[in-house]
Ligand binder design. Structure first.
Ligand SMILES: NC(=O)c1ccc[n+]([C@@H]2O[C@H](COP(=O)([O-])OP(=O)(O)OC[C@H]3O[C@@H](n4cnc5c(N)ncnc54)[C@H](O)[C@@H]3O)[C@@H](O)[C@H]2O)c1
Length: 279
């Protein structure tokens, strides 16, 4: 239940604010909306092209928070209403992105457009209207460690200087351009750089969040049940594929070793017979 008496670190009551949450209908957005409705008095302008993951917050209209959440079905690629919503809000949280690993290789253009080009107006409107921006980036912007390029038997692999990343000091190492898998990380990194530059040159107030892999309910869809059957599910389901492959491989190994073991047993049972007979 919402508590009106949330305090900041100085013990002052936090004033309710209006948050424009772009990508509110996704995995992280839906949980943020739930938390904001249940535990704060903040208002959310929820922007997304889908709302199935937050429908339970929008309907019925008799929820105690119903006057604090509004859904706006907007594709931020091309919708002039976006600036108005950012202007109405005190804070913008941008979660909108194509962020399914299977897409980085197969839809690199969409991935780059979604994570960089489509985020540009959000940054611009926040900067021009002096609105704070919380932008969701990714741990992928850390790239690879120097250590990962060392030969497998190099003793330097054990040296933390080669495998520990220092957030503000380590060089960024990505794969070559033809490795499309890095399209997501590079697009996210460039938008981070742009936000940082807006902060440095135009005074944009911002926070960058770089999640590692967060998992939980509503994180993904099950192809054919929650969406098109040709879709590729994200981490959890990909892990399931991996575990399926592991199980499959384990099963093959078990069959192989059972066969091998039975050959050995057969051999020894014959030897034993032989030994018995030789007695
Ligand atoms: N979930 C994780 O573990 C994780 C890890 C690293 C980074 N992130 C980042 O956090 C953010 C949110 O991730 P998520 O897991 O909630 O993803 P998600 O795919 O569940 O949510 C993204 C939401 O953005 C919406 N969206 C995309 N393009 C849009 C557009 N043009 N207009 C309007 N809405 C649009 C989608 O419909 C979706 O509901 C992303 O920026 C992602 O890169 C997430």
């Amino acid at each position: 239940m919402a508590s009106a008496a949330r305090l900041d670190l100085d013990g002052n009551a936090i004033k309710p604010m209006t948050i424009c949450m772009i990508g509110a209908g996704g995995f992280i957005g839906s949980h943020l909306c739930e938390k904001l409705m249940a535990e704060t008095m903040h208002k959310v302008l929820a922007v997304d092209v889908y709302n199935d993951k937050i429908r339970h917050l929008l309907e019925p209209a008799t929820h105690p928070w119903s006057d604090r959440i509004q859904f706006h079905r907007i594709n931020i690629k091309h919708d002039s209403r976006l600036e108005g919503l950012i202007k109405m809000a005190d804070l913008t949280v941008n979660l909108a992105a194509i962020c399914t690993p299977a897409d980085y290789n197969t839809r690199p253009l969409d991935t780059i457009y979604s994570n960089f080009i489509d985020a540009l107006p959000v940054v611009k409107y926040c900067s021009e209207n002096n609105k704070r921006l919380i932008h969701f980036s990714t741990c992928e912007v850390y790239g690879k460690t120097i250590g990962s390029f060392l030969p497998k038997d190099s003793p330097l692999r054990q040296d933390p200087a080669y495998y520990l990343l220092k957030e503000d000091a380590s060089p960024c190492i990505f794969g070559s351009i033809e490795k499309q898998r890095w399209s997501y990380a590079c697009a996210k990194q460039l938008i981070e750089r742009l936000i940082y530059a807006e902060g440095a040159e135009n005074g944009l107030e911002f926070t960058i969040v770089r999640p590692f892999n967060w998992i939980g309910p509503r994180m993904d869809f099950i192809p054919g049940i929650d969406g098109p059957s040709e879709g590729v599910p994200r981490v959890l389901a990909c892990f399931s594929n991996v575990s399926f492959n592991i199980c499959h491989n384990m099963a093959c190994l078990v069959v192989f070793f059972s066969f091998f073991l039975s050959l050995i047993l057969l051999f020894f049972s014959h030897c034993r017979t032989f030994f018995v007979m030789s007695h």
